[in-house]
Design a protein around this ligand. Structure first.
Ligand code: HEM
Length: 503
């Protein structure tokens, strides 16, 4: 009996302490005179995140509510942890570029020991991130892109042939999955040197594990947020981010590919080649080499970041072109004129000479940035926001709401309208560059920007040259975003009608 009473007492004490802890923590933004939404125990402001609402829409709601007040930031609570959401473009620029040295970390959780694939460039922080970024940057120069160009074109041609076959059976297609199969084959070839064949076989292993890695993550959004707040404890408890089956598959693929290439002296000028060279380079500076696990983690992130972002960009692009048929026709004409200027050949130079196609892709990425928010953290010292008395304390996580900024009527009048003319050279010059952030900005921007754009351009020119796209009764209207996915993805995919163009 006494034991039960003591247990109840302990339980009540813990609850009281927890309550006091939350109440105390929830006073943070008020004490700084920063506007915020009233949080609730235990989730703070994120109760429905990842369940009924996507992070981009959540950030947009806060942005739309507090930006008109003139505040430069508003406050959020992720459980009890305060996070700052940025509302002002000058401050965005300071964080991403001017004062980058105090904001270069993201504060994501990773676990090199127990979950080696999680220690990739996207998540790493500290000197690890700095040295790895420096080592990997030469991987993505335009010279390297030229080497890979032909490979991507060849996958594009296989994609076209596959589509012709599919359309013969059924002209109403779910294009998101088809495009993911195209970009899986591109990145599989360039990052792993493997012909994944997911175009022919929808269940090919690469595609299957890619689908699982994104669609069925190991941890829910809430668990990830919780782990993010208690990283040291999570590491001690050996918490992992990546599912075991996904991890095992990719580790094996990388191990086998590296062994094969080393044994047979294979050189393919692809990402894997560059990673193997970094692993094997002869130097006394240990910081300059990378281990096999690090090779695997980078190949893994190139794969994930490469296929889902590019395929969702193309999906949204075709969706808009099916709605806006005049723009579709104009884009197709721009592709055909570029071919004519370059003697009918699809060369690297021809691909870079399609300004209107680029405008269409830029407008797509404005309306639908695959990664709708950028994360940063105050790294070294407290930071007083220029022109205010507000201080961002060391360690504070920061969210830059790219999606919300890109749909702000102050910067893009009539923001729901799809209008590539927003990106003609004059209009683009007039605009603050911080209004367009689909690849982030500053020294920690997207390292794969050139590759992502190359893949999207080749995909789009191949498709527009061979097919007309129109809406079908199954096309979603309006589009809704899958709440639990990290990347912006349409619920249920996107169905369109395809009609082959006879040349
Ligand atoms: C349309 C295609 C793509 C989009 C929209 C996109 C978007 C982004 C964004 C928004 C970031 C965060 C930038 C920041 O925080 O400032 C990022 C980072 C990154 N992206 Fe991409 N990406 C694309 C394609 C690719 C491709 C093809 C690769 C690799 C082959 C790639 C690899 C990465 C990596 C490794 C990072 C982390 C960089 C770092 O933290 O140093 N991305 N991407």
């Amino acid at each position: 009996m006494e034991l039960i009473s003591v247990s109840i007492l302990v339980f009540i004490s813990i609850l009281t302490l927890l309550y006091a802890y939350f109440k105390y923590s929830f006073g943070y933004w008020k004490s700084k005179n920063v506007p915020y939404d009233e949080p609730s125990i235990p989730f703070g402001n994120i109760k429905n995140l990842g369940k009924t609402i996507h992070l981009t829409q959540f950030a947009k709601n806060a942005y739309d509510k507090y930006k008109p007040t003139g505040a430069k930031i508003c406050g959020l609570y992720v459980f009890a942890r305060p996070m700052a959401l940025i509302l002002d473009l000058d401050l965005v620029k300071s964080i991403l570029i001017k004062d980058f040295s105090n904001f270069y970390e993201k504060g994501f959780y990773y676990n090199e020991e127990d979950d080696p694939l999680s220690a990739h460039l996207f998540s790493l922080d500290g000197t690890k991130w700095k040295t790895l970024r420096a080592k990997l940057s030469p991987t993505f120069t335009s010279g390297k892109m030229k080497f890979m160009f032909q490979t991507v074109v060849e996958v594009g041609e296989r994609f076209r042939d596959c589509l012709f076959d599919v359309v013969e059976q059924n002209d109403e297609l779910e294009i998101k999955d088809l495009l993911a199969r195209f970009s899986t084959d591109v990145i599989g070839t360039c990052a792993f040197g493997i012909e994944c064949n997911s175009l022919k076989d929808p269940n090919a292993e690469f595609r299957r594990y890619g689908r699982i890695a994104f669609g069925e993550p190991r941890n829910s959004f809430l668990k990830s947020a919780l782990v993010g707040g208690f990283q040291k404890l999570a590491k001690k408890l050996k918490v992992k981010v990546i599912r075991d089956d996904v991890s095992e598959f990719f580790m094996n693929v990388v191990r086998e590919t590296v062994e094969f290439r080393e044994k047979n002296n294979v050189n393919r000028n692809d990402f894997m080649d560059i990673l193997i060279k970094l692993k094997n380079q002869e130097t006394t500076d240990k910081d300059k080499v990378i281990t096999l696990n690090e090779v695997a983690a980078q190949a893994f992130v190139f794969y994930l970041a490469g296929f889902e972002t590019s395929s969702s960009t193309l999906t949204f692009c075709l969706y808009e072109l099916a709605i806006n048929t005049e723009i579709q026709n104009k884009t197709r004409k721009a592709v055909q004129e570029a071919f004519e200027r370059h003697n009918g050949k699809c060369t690297y130079e021809m691909m870079m000479d399609m300004p209107y196609v680029d405008q269409v892709l830029q407008e797509t990425l404005r309306k639908y940035p695959s990664i709708g928010n950028l994360n940063r953290k105050v790294v070294h010292h407290d930071y007083r926001i220029p022109g205010t008395q507000t201080v961002l304390e060391k360690g504070t996580p920061i969210l830059i709401p790219a999606y919300a900024i890109q749909r702000d009527a102050e910067y893009y009048p009539n923001p729901e309208k799809f209008d590539p003319e927003r990106f003609n050279s004059e209009a683009a010059k007039e605009r603050n560059p911080m209004c367009w952030l689909p690849f982030g900005d500053g020294p920690r921007n997207c390292i794969g920007l050139r590759f992502g754009m190359m893949q999207a351009r080749i995909g789009l020119l191949t498709l527009l040259n061979n097919f007309e796209f129109s809406l079908s009764s199954k096309t979603p209207n309006p589009l809704q975003f899958e709440a639990k996915q990290f990347i912006l993805a349409p619920v249920g995919g996107v169905y369109l009608k395809l009609k082959p163009i006879k040349m």
